[in-house]
Each structure stands twice: as structure tokens, then as C-alpha cells.
Design a protein. Sequence first.
Length: 225
Amino acid sequence: MALETRDVRPLTADDTMGSNSLYVAMSWIMTGFLIMAVLRGGAPELRRFRQFLPLLAGWAVGMAVWLWFLFDVLIGAGAAIIFCVALAAGAFTRTIGLAAIVPVMIVLMLLGVPASGGGLPVSMVPDVFRTLQDVLPLPAAVDLARSLVYFDATGLGGNLLTIAAWGGAGLVLNLLADLWLAHRARQGKGIPAEVSRAGAPGKAAQADAEERQEEAALAGSAAAS
């Protein structure tokens, strides 16, 4: 049989080989995951969600810009994905500790590669990955990158909804983590699996004192009212 090749979308003059949307999406997912792993191991004194938010926002924008220099695509979409993935990963690294790195990595990255269609068509993978394609953030990021670069942003709604769902779930879980960690602090248990390092105990104790002062102030306000 004669082989006939047809370009669904011709490449541009400065894109002679085609960008690999899988690698672009993997870089966003990994960047969002790594920041929370690094902060959990290197800055255990950061205990409240409001301490993480400005760091995550700055990291998401800064790394999206840096990756733009590498890939020449998608600053805004990359920042959103990095931020949402960091929220989701942080909910587990903050409560479980560094032990959460392995399961989070499996869910956010390893399961997402065969489900994304970036390495090989989803028709060639087991059915379970076809189901995960509509759930995991990596397949959504791959399709989002491909759509924005080559297909005039067609079909972004579902992918953005998936990414937003992960970010929203991460936000809620982080707020619940704040309550749980504050409860543990009142019981004198501190952060689970806390990593000791020079200067961390003093900062952790200071954070405990600040939390107790805030709780006392809130209790006083409630009593006065």
C-alpha cells in the first residue's frame, strides 16, 4: 500500500520539528510538585497556608516565564497549572510529610504519562488510562499545550476545568490542613514528621507562640462580644 501523509496542522517556519507537548506539560507538573517538596524538607517552620500563598504565586509566575524561554510557549497557562498542582501537592506534603512525595509523584506524573496521549496514542494503552485521561492534571496540561500551540485554543474548557478542580481541591485541603496542624500544635505534637535543621526549632516555637496569641485574641474578642 502506498503511504499517504497529511498534516493536520502545518508547522510554522520557526517550528521545523514540532514541539513535544508532553515534555512541556511534564515540566509544569514537576515544577508545581517540586516547590512543595523543597519547602516541606527545607523550610518546615512555614506552617500556615497564608505563608505559602505568596511563595507559590511568585514561583508559579517566575517558573512559567523561565520555561517560556525554553519552550517559547504559554506563560499564563503554565503559571496556572504550576500554581494549582502546587496547591494539590502541598496539602499532602504539609500533613503527611516527605513520605507523601512518592504517592503524589505517582498520581501527578507517572499515571498521567500513559493517560496523556503525549508519548503514544491512548488507543494503545489499557482502558484504565483512558478513564484517567479526563481526571489527571498531566493529560489536561498536554492537551492544553497542544491546543494553544497548534489548534487555536480549541477545546480548552474541559482542560481548564480539570486544572481548576485540582487547584480548588488543593485549596480546600490546605485550609483543612491549617486547622488540623493548629489542633496538633495545641496538643503539643507539632508538625508530623518534622525535619529538624539548624534554626528550625526556634522558628517553630515562635510560630507556636504566634498561633497561641492569635487564638487568645480571638477568644477574647468572642468573650467581649
